[in-house]
Write a protein that binds this ligand. Structure first.
Ligand code: SAM
Length: 410
């Protein structure tokens, strides 16, 4: 019955905590749904991968890879460091995965995650087109400043018997802070598409060249939590067709110090397993931002049947990524500053079934207890492709996953 209670809690919250290991399983769809009142994230459009049984093609390439991996070859210096890092992570990852595999109730539930509830209706009713709106390209054309977005908001009536008052707001779509400060979703019209804007959230859609516009006029309106998932350069051709990438020097000049709150901030940075990248973050990026390292979380990717998406020891195809956490002290000259910062749980493992390419699980709730300063925390995501209630989303395509086709009506 203890297990049944945990499962019921999971169905409600999207979080399943494993007491026997430093790990959690999350269902992004359930977690994201907390940002919405009138809509829900469509599970069948979130989970586009890792549900079907593997195609014969895929398994043959992975066999080939394994064969290659077995060929004896001496590791170079960087590969040796990467291997050492992997070995450290390995024990935590295996322990977490064992916990998942022991939770039969949860595993049974996973199989049905992709099914949309029968009572819901599709928003658009249209199949998802292969090619979506490319905001990154639109934002680059000379007409970009002329593009407008229409926010349809509902202002709640002042008195109990007052009806909600609909209101339309027409705003520049690019290089502009577009805010839905109401406590209900806004439906936004932009170039023949509808986008769902969560309550009390805003986005700023621009190239990195305009990011200085996020610097607050007063540091009291800066951010206490900054989640960053940069478009790291990557050799994979698959990646190249998905979104543009940036050389590391662009990340060095992100105005992190300038956008933090006077009380300080927790910074959470997604990184891949490339050793070159890990050492860049430790030696150059965090020091340049004034961030001191606090802990590492791992995101372990599993399939709907609970198995890992790839062999844990496959060198160039690890089934996990890392979230590096660090603190920036506030500007207040407080000698107790360090003691205010809570030590972050290290080597925490987050398991989930991946959604679309490069889409990260919603980990914000897991970070809140470590965020310094004012409550509720002021939160921003950089290089965002989706929005969350209460958050600011910045990037060149923050509306990407807000397309109404990814949603169902409640
Ligand atoms: N965290 C996101 C998610 O879970 O879906 C994925 C972010 S993805 C790794 C990086 C994002 O940075 C992409 O949306 C990409 O278009 C954006 N990006 C690339 N170059 C950019 C630029 N010059 N200015 C602003 N954003 C850029």
């Amino acid at each position: 019955s203890q297990n049944r209670k945990k499962l019921a809690l999971f169905m409600e919250s999207g979080f399943f905590v494993f007491e026997d290991s430093n790990a959690i399983f999350i269902d992004p769809v359930r977690v994201l749904n907390r940002s919405y009142n009138r809509f829900r994230v469509s599970p069948s459009t979130y989970y586009t991968r890792f549900f079907e049984s593997q195609s014969p093609n895929l398994s043959s390439t992975s066999r080939k890879r394994k064969r290659n991996a077995k060929e004896p070859r001496a590791l170079n210096e960087r590969e040796r460091i990467a291997d050492q890092r992997h070995r450290e992570a390995r024990s935590f990852l295996l322990k977490a995965h064992e916990s998942l595999q022991k939770s039969t109730g949860l595993l049974d539930a996973l199989k049905n995650f992709r099914n949309n509830l029968s009572c819901s209706t599709d928003c658009g009713g249209l199949p998802l087109p292969e090619v979506q709106q490319s905001f990154a390209e639109l934002g680059q054309v000379w007409q970009a400043p002329l593009y407008e977005i229409t926010l349809n908001v509902r202002l709640s009536g002042q008195k109990n018997d007052d009806k909600d008052r609909p209101e339309q707001r027409v705003l520049p779509a690019f290089n502009n802070l577009v805010a839905n400060e109401t406590t209900d979703e806004a439906e936004a019209d932009f170039l023949n598409n509808v986008y769902i804007i969560p309550r009390e959230s805003c986005f700023y859609m621009s190239d990195v060249g305009q990011i200085h516009n996020l610097i607050p006029a007063h540091p009291n309106s800066g951010f206490n939590l900054i989640v960053i998932d940069p478009p790291w350069e990557n050799a994979s051709a698959h990646q190249k067709s998905r979104y543009p990438t940036l050389p590391n020097r662009y990340f060095l000049s992100l105005p992190i110090k300038q956008i933090i709150h006077t009380d300080g901030a927790l910074v959470a940075l997604w990184v891949t397993n490339r050793e070159k990248l890990r050492s860049f973050v430790e030696r150059e990026l965090f020091p340049a931002w004034g961030v001191s390292y606090a802990a590492t979380f791992y995101w372990l990717k599993v399939k709907a049947n609970g198995s890992l998406i790839s062999d844990l020891d496959l060198f160039h195809h690890r089934p996990y990524e890392s979230l590096i956490l660090g603190y920036i002290c506030g500007k207040v000259n407080n000698s107790d500053e360090q003691s205010i910062l809570r030590p972050v749980k290290d080597n925490y493992v987050i398991m989930s079934i991946p959604g679309d390419y490069s889409r990260k699980p919603p980990i914000a709730d897991l970070l809140m207890e470590y965020v310094p300063g004012v409550k509720p925390a002021r939160c921003i995501e950089l290089f965002a492709r989706e929005m969350m209630a209460g958050w600011v989303a910045w990037g060149n395509e923050p509306l990407h996953f807000q397309d109404s086709r990814f949603f169902l009506k409640r």
